[in-house]
Design a protein around this ligand. Structure first.
Ligand SMILES: Nc1ncnc2c1ncn2[C@@H]1O[C@H](COP(=O)(O)OP(=O)(O)O)[C@@H](O)[C@H]1O
Ligand SMILES: [Mg+2]
Length: 265
């Protein structure tokens, strides 16, 4: 199982959107995908379990997995929590719930090696899927530490603006902190790109070029595209629905998905 973490301490930069679309792309290529929702806000859970606004995740969730592991030392519950999604036969999900928010503190208090918990939890399903896609919250919590620790590859979605690009110079050292400075398997993906904003763009290009990590930026930017919002609002799989065949964001996400499929082994 190749483990891919989608993270950035900033909110609203298309982390969840990226996790959704690469999962759907890999599934459309015949790969089995497990999504791990480690964000207590449970956005990707709502997307894949068709939960309408205001409704809560019923049944077992990642809260139970962490709770049983940390409090009762039960290691094998993760298999029971995996669910099939309505979206695709090839996509399963480990859902999140808001209860995970308070439980962060218990992981901190009760676990000696607090960033190693998830790795141990995932051991029993290590060989059950081709890909694991982890959708992170917009913070640097213990959940994000764990998600970075288990990752074979890390995607950093970022909007092409000053604050987001600047934010990368914080995110990348955090990755190096956890994984060691020799870790190279991360890539920045520019999202919600507006090709018409040419003036500001020229300045940003220069700024972005100065980033040490320039060779870590994926060449195709995901354009801003209303189809993303429409498909999410209607619980539609952008990758397979014929209505969205010509969506520019869909085509860009396909390119990125193909990069993962061919280069990340
Ligand atoms: N390429 C895009 N074009 C237009 N809207 C987008 C695009 N990518 C994401 N969005 C929208 O931006 C908002 C934030 O995206 P989301 O993936 O939830 O970010 P995050 O998980 O980083 O908080 C959502 O409403 C989403 O539909
Ligand atoms: Mg999100």
């Amino acid at each position: 199982m190749i483990k891919i973490t989608v993270t950035n301490a900033k909110g609203g930069v298309a982390k969840t959107t990226t996790a959704i679309n690469i999962s759907c792309y890999l599934a459309s290529q015949g790969k089995s995908v497990l999504i791990l929702d480690i964000d207590p806000q449970a956005n990707i859970t709502k997307n894949f379990l068709d939960l309408r606004m205001g409704s809560k995740t019923e049944g077992l969730t990642m809260y139970d997995v962490f709770h049983k592991y940390v409090v009762e030392s039960k290691k094998n519950i993760v298999k029971q929590v995996i669910r099939k999604t309505k979206n695709s036969d090839n996509i399963s999900i480990l859902p999140a719930t808001l209860k995970m928010e308070q439980f962060k503190d218990s992981i901190f208090l009760h676990s000696k090696e607090r960033s190693k918990v998830l790795g141990k939890i995932l051991k029993p399903i290590q060989n059950d899927f081709d890909y694991l896609i982890i959708d992170c919250p917009a913070d640097l919590s213990v959940y994000v530490e764990n998600s970075i620790d288990v990752a074979d590859y890390i995607i950093l979605p970022s909007i092409f603006d000053f604050y987001s690009i600047d934010g990368l110079s914080l995110a990348i050292p955090l990755i190096w902190d956890i994984k060691g400075e020799e870790f190279e398997n991360f890539i920045v993906l520019y999202t919600m790109f507006n090709p018409r904003a040419t003036k500001i763009q020229a300045e940003l290009e220069e700024y972005s070029n100065q980033l040490e990590s320039i060779d870590k930026i994926f060449e195709t930017r995901i354009p801003i595209d209303q189809n993303i919002r429409n498909s999410q609002a209607n619980f539609i799989n952008l990758m397979s629905d014929p209505t969205y065949k010509k969506s520019k964001a869909k085509i860009a996400y396909e390119k990125f998905g193909n990069h993962i499929l061919t280069n990340w082994k």
